[in-house]
Design a protein. Structure first.
Length: 324
């Protein structure tokens, strides 16, 4: 009898240990973009603890965060909608469950002194990370200016190196996002923003994408993550707490709050009411679906991947809709 009780006790202890092992936190990778740095508000103000959801945020350089997700080290990662498709094309399937923001000016084409518009770039060199989102921004701007990619010479430059390349005089313009775009403007006296994501709202959506396996196994927990996000947005939008929120975000990236406020102006962080319409199926940039279809075609055209992706399968609006 004693042996039987011992065996049952050991079995019970083993089950408890197995349960503890399974109850790991949701691991989320995030990086230096205002719409993602805003997660820091929820972390610092212990909003996740108050909602009873166990999360572990891990800070990365942007590309490294996608690599970590692709390697199965993360349950979720912050990406642009176009890069969610790129990551998925490698076999790291993901589902966009939340729109954090859209770029509203932080992604820029910055011209060297004397370059006043995109039309001035005809026959000139532009430094941009080919296949990334500001390459798409450039193509969009050229089309609006009545030009095509064949009218300019592209120089493949990593985004974080674009300020130095513009300052060196090797190119006549660069395409970059903040903070690199702002650094380019600061480093090169007389340089000018000649086109930006503010000229095409919805070209670049910034999202939280999660693995389908984690979403299926932890749907209630991900729902809480979405709920916490909107608590953080409320904290940021509230005039009484906005200064504290910006201070929290600025500290995460090692900047002074006054300097960080400039980055905020180029990022349209969305309330639930603002974000939900973008989760409706439609063509064009006013829908996450339409914008992602455009990004998908861009990725195929530029040989980022070979075959078009099933865009609808990458988007799940239900967790946001459940917040209504």
């Amino acid at each position: 009898m004693k042996m039987k009780k011992r065996m049952l006790g050991s079995l019970f202890a083993g089950l408890l240990m197995a349960g503890s092992a399974l109850a790991e936190p949701l691991k989320i990778g995030y990086s230096d973009w205002p719409g993602w740095v805003a997660w820091e508000i929820a972390i610092e103000k212990k909003m996740f603890e108050k909602e009873g959801v166990d999360v572990q945020f891990e800070w990365f350089d942007y590309v490294a965060s996608m690599d970590a997700f692709a390697a199965g080290q993360l349950d979720g990662v912050t990406m642009t909608n176009g890069d969610a498709l790129v990551t998925g094309s490698t076999g790291a399937r993901n589902v966009m469950i939340l729109i954090n923001d859209y770029s509203d000016g932080n992604d820029m084409i910055v011209g060297a002194p004397g370059i006043e518009s995109l039309k001035d770039l005809k026959g000139k060199k532009i430094g941009v990370e080919i296949g990334f989102v500001d390459h798409l921004l450039l193509l969009n701007g050229l089309e609006k200016a009545g030009m095509t990619e064949s009218d300019v010479e592209l120089v493949n430059v990593p985004t974080n190196e674009t300020p130095q390349v513009l300052a060196s005089g090797q190119v006549d313009a660069v395409g970059a996002w903040q903070p690199s775009s702002g650094q380019a403007l600061s480093m090169v006296p007389g340089s000018k923003r000649i086109y930006s994501s503010a000229d095409e709202p919805g070209l670049i959506y910034d999202v939280l994408a999660v693995s389908p396996t984690s979403l299926a196994a932890n749907r209630d927990e991900w729902q809480k993550v979405v709920k916490v996000w909107y608590q953080a947005v409320d904290f940021l939008k509230d005039p009484e707490t906005r200064e504290e929120a910006i201070s929290i975000m600025a500290a995460r990236v090692g900047l002074e709050p006054e300097e960080y406020k400039g980055f905020m102006d180029g990022t349209k962080i969305l309330t639930l009411e603002e974000a939900l319409p973008f989760m409706k199926k439609a063509e064009g940039f006013k829908s996450l679906y339409g914008s992602s279809e455009i990004a998908d075609q861009f990725n195929v055209d530029n040989q980022v991947y070979a075959d078009k992706q099933p865009v609808d399968s990458y988007i799940d609006p239900s967790l946001m809709e459940a917040m209504k």
